[in-house]
Design a protein around this ligand. Structure first.
Ligand code: GRG
Length: 297
């Protein structure tokens, strides 16, 4: 990797990863063309790629082979993209703008968007089962289980269910935290752990990385709530102010903006403290934690 500054590192990985995704997705000219085109529409040319970047940073820390981390990162991004497509549908958040362009069901149609989500999710698991990510087959099986747990009813999908049930309700801070640890945090945590497990890490190091992932996952959501409240639609590339419009409990409604920012800062400090023993090997993870908390979109 040529770049030593974070911006260069990030840009180079984002660019390379885009090509990787292009190659992993089904070609647009292969039948069923419309579904394949819609899958590519939902995944390519957009998004910050925060989860893949976390996987790359954790992979670097664990001296993993980059070609293996590429696959791990792609599986997480495919699950993330599926969740955004389904979340935007009329039966859920009912939104028209995502990543600066019309949402998948607006650009195509609802039935196609539903299938796009289904097919992206299964593609993620197909890749995880098909490609060699580490030398120990048992560990690879654990990686498949990890992504399944992070995505399912005890992870992201479960968090989304709590989210839908909480509309119009007043949640306590622990309840809100529980929702977000599942809805947003589980996949972010999985990204860090999958990236690291493509390389060499001890169980103790993995536990530290898990705690790091938990802290940045929650910090990501707190910042997301603040941005939804403060930023504009053009900057975010998605409809701003949706939480208030939907009468959803958020860190901003519960704590106010400045206490929410303080909470993100505290989580950031805890995340950084968790990385101390890794020294310079954790440099990119530290920089990503900074990026997650300081981001403007
Ligand atoms: C439909 C099973 C199912 C789950 C949906 C993740 C999710 C659960 C819904 C997304 C809604 C949302 C706005 C969640 C808040 C945090 C979040 C995941 C924001 C979007 O992630 P970014 O900012 O998006 O990483 P980009 O576009 O940059 O990839």
């Amino acid at each position: 990797m040529k770049h030593t500054d974070f911006a260069g590192w990030m840009a180079q990985h984002q660019c390379r990863f885009e090509e990787e995704l292009r190659g992993l997705l089904p070609p647009p000219e292969i039948a069923p063309q419309r579904l394949h085109q819609a899958m590519r529409y939902a995944v390519l040319d957009g998004g910050k790629r925060v989860r893949p970047l976390l996987a790359f940073a954790a992979g670097e820390l664990a001296c993993a082979d980059e070609s293996r981390v590429n696959i791990a990162a792609a599986t997480v991004e495919l699950i993330h993209a599926y969740s955004l497509v389904h979340d935007d549908m009329p039966c859920m958040d009912d939104d028209v703008l995502r990543r600066g362009k019309p949402t998948c069901h607006v650009q195509y149609d609802e039935a196609t968007a539903l299938l796009v989500g289904d097919a992206l999710q299964t593609l993620a698991f197909q890749l995880l089962a098909e490609r060699r990510l580490c030398d120990d087959p048992m560990r690879q099986l654990e990686m498949i289980k990890l992504l399944a747990a992070a995505s399912g009813s005890r992870g992201m999908a479960g968090g989304q269910a709590i989210d839908l049930e909480s509309v119009g309700k007043q949640l306590s801070l622990p309840e809100l935290e529980l929702m977000h640890i599942h809805k947003t945090g589980a996949l972010i945590r999985a990204a860090v752990l999958l990236g690291a497990q493509c390389g060499t890490v001890t169980d103790k190091q993995l536990a530290r990385l898990d705690h790091f992932g938990k802290c940045v996952g929650l910090a990501f959501q707190v910042v997301d709530d603040v941005l939804d409240f403060e930023a504009d639609t053009a900057t975010l590339g998605k409809t701003a102010g949706k939480d208030a419009d939907n009468n959803k409990p958020t860190y901003v409604t519960l704590l106010g903006v400045s206490a929410a920012r303080e909470m993100a800062q505290n989580l950031h400090e805890e995340a950084i403290a968790t990385l101390v023993e890794f020294g310079d090997a954790a440099r990119r993870l530290r920089e990503l934690a900074d990026f997650i908390v300081l981001r403007k979109f």
